[in-house]
Design a binder for this molecule. Structure first.
Ligand SMILES: Cc1cc2nc3c(=O)[nH]c(=O)nc-3n(C[C@H](O)[C@H](O)[C@H](O)COP(=O)(O)OP(=O)(O)OC[C@H]3O[C@@H](n4cnc5c(N)ncnc54)[C@H](O)[C@@H]3O)c2cc1C
Length: 612
């Protein structure tokens, strides 16, 4: 969520011609390739600035990994150069920029595949390099001139129609043949990954306990619309149409996911619950027990993906007196919507996205609503976020200027997490200036605000801890003007009819909503596999930024997401629609490579520092 793509520096007065940038990039790439081809990690490393970052998505490391400075580059290349055999580096578009900062989109190949990336040069040294594996040689997706014929011309006595083939797969996969991959969780994450694996011809079953694809959205509170705009939300392969709403209502996105699951030909077992999974070391496969139509079925995939959702495991606090409370009480994920609560007193515990959405809908329905705020929250107005935070990459303006979803995703990926906050801080400073009145009114109402520990705003909070913010679509005004009452403090207990805070404030309540967030995804591994495996894998999500809820040490990438974990053949997938779309590509390629026996030596498998 940034559009400021150059680190804030003094601007040169005149912009030299693009062909100068082209020459600088061509010279750097030629020298770089020369060093790589000669197997000279040291020479290649010296082409990087002391302050530099190489982010690799599989191409060199079979990992999602950022190395820093010449030392990091040297270590990584020393371990990988020989088997990666990189070559063919070239600019794929005309480079741009000045001698102080030159930028280029690049392409290259390795022994295993073809890659794309992005380069930023400061003078004649690399400042940032992104390398990504785009496709595996010999296992390219059947797209464009490789698309399937559909109709098979000619005569064939054993002809099976498309429908018959689909029916055969449905009858056999999971019954007489085993899937290579089982994805537990058929929300948008499991669905996007399932679509990619289908295109790569990896036999996969998506297990979903809900009755229909899209139900994980449908089941949320009724006023929910996506907080991110349509340009940010496309799924792989099929963009939303041009008349799709900017902020998709939850039931509409549910229907889209259901349609998508069907047309992308996923083997999707709905109304099926994964009950347990155990890794059989000797066989090198998982024993996954699922309950379908009242009967247990055991699947034996080689790879298991947990796509059970970052916002799936509710954090429900334990509060003295909860059991004696006479009104309704539920976690935000169970909140049915406001209709039954008109005229009732409602206390919502929490002050982030769900709390705000639920409070606003209850107020609209005529409830008397109080929000309990324990700690500060980052608020950013949706309009400002759209305009200043996302506009250059994901907006109608971006589309009009020729930006594609893939280019936006790659641009975003080209900014290493270590320095991402430096790009974000000016964006949020600008938002604070633009919305100064708004923030003043909120503060005057007693709302405790923050902008992230280092003022880097919403997206860094999301990457670090996945919580602590609200994208304002109207509820903040109700907080500012007192329509939603605010109670700062910590809940001490519930009585039969009220919530009592530690300062003695008593809030009468007919309904208490716990908008207290969600637990780490490795909690799902503990539930379904074992505590031992969950501990072996460790915390899922976060960067190790040493900020609240994201303890250090620095990891460089999101913990355990979309990359190999300490448990063989166990993977985690998820995140928002943008992350699900982009990173499903890399997880799918990792799984495909393993399926067809391409060696995948992993460089820099992360150590585990935190259990949850
Ligand atoms: C209020 C709210 C608003 C949000 N707004 C946005 C937004 O605007 N944009 C955005 O990108 N993200 C948003 N998110 C984040 C959102 O949760 C994720 O983007 C999205 O739901 C993640 O998809 P997922 O597939 O990873 O997880 P989920 O959608 O949670 O799907 C996980 C699935 O796993 C299934 N499952 C779990 N355990 C089992 C089991 N044992 N067996 C079988 N199935 C199982 C569940 O039934 C569920 O369907 C929001 C979240 C919340 C709570």
């Amino acid at each position: 969520m940034t559009e400021t793509l150059e680190r804030p520096t003094a601007e040169p007065e005149t912009e030299p011609a693009a062909d100068d940038a082209g020459k600088r990039v061509a010279a750097w790439l030629a020298a770089f390739e020369g060093a790589l081809t000669a197997g000279d990690a040291e020479a290649a490393a010296l082409m990087f600035d002391q302050d530099s970052y190489w982010r690799d998505l599989l191409a060199f490391t079979w990992n999602i990994k950022t190395v820093e400075g010449p030392g990091g580059v040297r270590d990584m290349l020393a371990a990988t150069l020989q088997h990666v055999a990189p070559r063919g580096f070239a600019a794929s578009e005309v480079p741009s920029g000045t001698p102080e900062m030159t930028e280029a989109w690049i392409e290259f190949e390795t022994a295993a595949g073809r890659g794309r990336g992005h380069l930023r040069l400061k003078g004649d040294k690399a400042w940032t390099l992104l390398t990504t594996l785009d496709e595996l040689k010999g296992h390219e997706e059947p797209q464009s001139d490789r698309r399937p014929m559909g109709a098979e011309h000619g005569a064939d006595k054993n002809r099976q129609t498309w429908l018959e083939k689909r029916e055969t797969v449905a009858a056999e996969l999971g019954h007489t043949t085993q899937p290579y991959v089982v994805i537990v969780g058929g929300g948008q994450g499991g669905i996007a990954l399932g679509a990619r694996l289908r295109q790569l011809d990896v036999p996969t079953i998506v297990i979903e306990r809900n009755a229909r694809p899209g139900d994980s959205w449908r089941n949320r509170y009724k006023s929910l619309c996506l907080h991110d705009p349509v340009w940010y939300d496309h799924l792989p392969y099929i963009d939303f149409p041009k008349n799709w709403p900017v902020f998709s209502p939850k039931d509409k996105i549910g229907d889209w996911l259901e349609m998508y699951t069907k047309v992308m030909e996923l083997t999707y077992w709905s109304s099926t619950e994964c009950k347990s999974a155990k890794y059989d070391e000797d066989a090198g496969e998982w024993i996954v027990v699922v309950e379908r139509d009242g009967a247990d079925i055991t699947l034996r995939p080689k790879q298991l993906v947990m796509a059970t959702g970052m916002s799936g495991k509710p954090n429900v606090p334990t509060i003295a007196g909860m059991e004696g409370f006479k009104g309704d009480q539920h976690h935000s994920s169970q909140h049915p919507g406001p209709d039954a609560y008109a005229g009732k007193k409602v206390v919502v515990i929490g002050s982030n996205n769900s709390a705000h959405d639920i409070c606003a809908a209850l107020w609209e329905a005529g409830a008397d609503v109080t929000m309990v705020q324990r700690s500060s929250t980052h608020i950013v107005r949706s309009d400002s976020l759209m305009d200043l935070g996302l506009g250059d990459l994901y907006s109608e303006r971006a589309v009009a200027s020729g930006m594609t979803t893939n280019k936006a995703d790659m641009t975003f990926a080209s900014l290493p997490y270590r320095i991402l906050h430096e790009f974000q801080i000016p964006v949020y400073n600008a938002i604070r200036e633009r919305d100064a009145d708004f923030y003043e009114r909120l503060a005057a109402a007693g709302f405790q605000l923050d902008y992230g520990e280092d003022d880097s705003g919403l997206f860094m909070k999301y990457l670090r801890r996945g919580s602590g913010y609200y994208i304002d679509v109207g509820a903040s005004e109700l907080v500012a003007n007192g329509d939603i009452k605010l109670a700062p403090g910590t809940v001490e207990k519930l009585t039969t009819a009220s919530v009592v805070l530690t300062d003695g404030t008593e809030l009468p309540a007919d309904l208490v909503v716990y908008a207290t967030g969600y637990g780490s995804m490795n909690g799902w591994a503990a539930d379904l596999i074992s505590q031992e495996v969950a501990d072996k894998v460790g915390k899922v999500w976060g960067l190790g930024s040493d900020t609240a809820k994201d303890p250090g040490p620095w990891e460089g990438e999101q913990r355990n997401m979309w990359k190999p974990t300490q448990q063989e053949a166990l993977w985690f997938h998820g995140g928002n629609l943008h992350q699900s779309r982009h990173y499903s590509q890399y997880l799918a390629l990792q799984l495909k490579a393993r399926q067809v026996g391409i060696p995948t030596p992993v460089y820099g498998l992360e150590e585990v520092h935190h259990l949850s």
